[in-house]
Design a protein. Structure first.
Length: 77
């Protein structure tokens, strides 16, 4: 497995919205601004490749995204 973690230093994601962030067409933007498909498409692609994605608030603030992807045999040392 390959694990990739990315963390930002923003305000994080409101706890009540975390369960919905991968829902298709879910957005916090006003009507007509964005479609709310970005994270649902990302999750679907990762799922189809046998991986996983997790997004949560980091203890020190901001959001943390963890991607788990299958490594190809013989590609990584």
């Amino acid at each position: 497995m390959v694990i990739l973690e990315v963390q930002d230093t923003g305000t994080g994601i409101p706890e009540d919205l975390l369960p919905r962030i991968f829902d298709p067409f879910f957005t916090t933007k006003p009507t007509g601004v964005g479609t709310g498909l970005g994270l649902s498409v990302v999750k679907k692609i990762i799922d189809l490749h046998g991986g996983a994605i997790d997004i949560r608030n980091a203890p020190a603030g901001g959001a943390m995204v963890t991607l788990l992807l299958r490594a190809l045999p013989g590609v990584l040392p």
